[in-house]
Design a binder for this molecule. Structure first.
Ligand code: TRP
Length: 341
């Protein structure tokens, strides 16, 4: 029996932060180490280019950085196929055939694409590649016959659209070549989206409110010391608020079961008054360092040989290409367009 297939990817638009870590990376490593699944993880550089066409440098530089982040958190190329989207031309070819099965109106209705278009202020010049990226994403998923796709809630419309394409393809060409994937979404909201250091709902590069897996110890310390707490907690004796206090929010997310007693005691003390922010921040720093220290060390080690990192990516891409070309062959056979075979 072959193992169920899990596939997921990230747009390489910058280094990964601890929001990515608690939201998805940590879980991928767990799934990998269970050994019950076949995993594909990839850098969606083509998708990133759909709204960065004039700024490819950011994407190109992020390939190495995100690959290092992957290795640092424990994704293991011996167990997981790690590859680069643009190196698998079969994905673009699949997209061409899927495009004929999706109406323009359906694309324009995709809620994630809609809100991205509103945010990005493309005006009248929405790149065609951007509008059709959900179709390309369906190609990513189906090329590997993925059964499960772990993604954030914002990706639900992409999975839905992929499922529609699968049904439409299999029905139109009277076959069962494509596999309908299921999304795996974050279990709890807290880990689903980690807020920024400043309390903003989103941790992001543009808001400059994130902690990166590549941050050194000094940077981590400075960032923790600058975290948003309770603006009305001025003197140590003042009673403080837990709600909306990022230090306690992060403690809830990063604390292990054995830390919970200490965290509960701290919360009570803080609410009563008499516990200063510096103390709570020092404690958080300890908890974060316990998790991030080993990741940072591994990242530094891997970064000493970038040649090796790219060789790993190339091997992964070669392997991914074999799988994708087999699916493309089946797709073309179902359509009857393998003229020379
Ligand atoms: N759209 C995803 C994101 O922005 C990245 C992505 C591209 C992806 N192709 C995928 C995720 C296929 C899962 C499966 O995060």
């Amino acid at each position: 029996m072959s193992k169920p297939i899990i596939l997921t990817g990230d747009r390489p638009t910058g280094k990964l932060h601890i929001g990515h870590y608690v939201g998805s990376l940590r879980n991928r490593v767990l799934l990998q180490d269970k050994g019950e699944y076949e995993l594909f993880v990839f850098l969606a550089d083509q998708q990133a280019l759909t709204d960065h066409a004039k700024d490819p440098k950011t994407i190109v530089e992020s390939i190495g950085n995100v690959a290092l982040d992957y290795l640092a958190v424990g994704l293991d190329p011996e167990k997981t196929t790690i590859f680069i989207q643009s190196q698998i031309p079969e994905l673009s070819e699949l997209s061409m055939y899927y495009m004929n099965l999706v109406s323009l109106a359906r694309l324009e209705r995709n809620p994630t694409v809609k809100s991205e278009i509103a945010q990005k202020a493309f005006g009248e010049s929405i790149p065609t590649g951007f509008l059709v990226y959900p179709i390309a994403q369906a190609a990513d998923i189906t090329a590997f016959k993925a059964n499960y796709v772990p993604v954030g809630n914002d990706q639900k419309p992409m999975i839905e659209q992929t499922r529609e394409i699968v049904r439409s393809f299999n029905h139109t060409y009277d076959c069962d070549v494509l596999v309908e994937p299921q999304g795996l979404y974050p279990q709890n909201e807290a880990a689903g989206r980690l807020p920024g250091l400043d309390g903003n709902a989103k941790m992001s590069k543009s808001l400059n409110n994130g902690i990166y897996l590549s941050d050194d110890m000094d940077t981590l310390q400075k960032k923790v010391m600058s975290m948003y707490t309770d603006p009305d907690h001025i003197k140590i004796e003042d009673p403080g608020k837990i709600d909306g206090n990022m230090v306690f929010h992060y403690l809830d997310v990063f604390g292990r079961p054995e830390d919970m007693r200490e965290i509960t005691i701290m919360k009570e003390h803080y609410q009563q008054g008499g516990l200063g922010d510096v103390k709570t921040k020092r404690y958080l720093l300890e908890i974060l360092e316990r998790e991030l220290g080993p990741i940072r060390e591994r990242r530094v080690e891997f970064s000493k040989d970038m040649g090796e990192v790219y060789t790993m990516l190339q091997k992964g891409s070669d392997r991914a290409r074999q799988v994708a070309s087999q699916t493309l062959f089946e797709v073309k056979s179902a359509m009857g367009i393998n003229y020379f075979q």
